[in-house]
Design a protein around this ligand. Structure first.
Ligand SMILES: [Zn+2]
Ligand SMILES: [Zn+2]
Length: 218
């Protein structure tokens, strides 16, 4: 409600007008081929596996993201995650649908928020994104996962990998082909753990799709 009443400012540059102005929207970094076929990391030439994902058991078949997680994308994600700006959630879904073709899956699902975060924010950003995408792609969006324990750590890749192993379980049988939606893909550890839980529940193929992807240099 507040979202509709407050004067609108671009969450990236602060200019009055829309919550995401046209120029900031156009400047969000694209993730363009060549990419790693598996994890979606930008690479010098097309590869089946890259330095980020070679030798890792990822659980998902592919991972794709709409934008690089730079400072502007970070402000945008902060706007819809922490400030709960609904229009931005819809905007991020449109950006994803513009840049990533609809996956050939039976259903979408999303990475569940831990209880603490959900209570604090009053919503799960990944779920909101998945529901918006379900509407755009005309695919059902099913809640299929829950967390086995709290603690969703990000930022440090070592902490993330340690904290998410075995962190999810399925609450229902999963369809054969599922797209797993999350807001930000960092190391892939969260997507891998969630995808493993979906596969344990019957999914044969899991495609991970995120709004933004952390980009490593060098
Ligand atoms: Zn702007
Ligand atoms: Zn890769």
């Amino acid at each position: 409600m507040l979202d509709l009443l407050l004067p609108q400012r671009c969450v990236v540059c602060g200019r009055g007008g829309k919550q995401l102005c046209a120029s900031c929207r156009a400047e969000l970094p694209r993730i363009e081929p060549p990419l790693c076929a598996r994890c979606g990391a930008p690479t010098a030439w097309p590869v089946e596996r890259c330095r980020e994902c070679a030798g890792r058991r990822l659980g998902f078949a592919t991972a794709r993201a709409a934008v690089g997680y730079d400072a502007a994308a970070r402000r945008l994600v902060h706007g819809w995650k922490e400030r709960g700006l609904r229009r931005l959630a819809a905007e991020t879904a449109v950006l994803v649908a513009e840049r990533i073709p609809a996956p050939g899956v039976d259903a979408l699902t999303f990475v569940p928020a831990d209880r603490g975060r959900r209570l604090e924010r009053g919503h799960n950003p990944a779920e909101r994104l998945a529901r918006e995408l379900g509407a755009l792609w005309e695919l059902p969006c099913l809640p299929l996962l829950e967390r086995t324990r709290g603690g969703r750590q990000r930022g440090s890749s070592v902490a993330e990998r340690r904290s998410v192993r075995g962190a999810f379980r399925a609450t229902d049988a999963a369809p054969r082909r599922v797209a797993l939606i999350d807001d930000v893909y960092t190391t892939g550890a969260t997507a891998a753990a969630a995808a493993s839980a979906l596969r344990a529940a019957g999914a044969r193929r899991v495609e991970a799709i995120a709004f933004a992807r952390a980009l490593r240099r060098g």
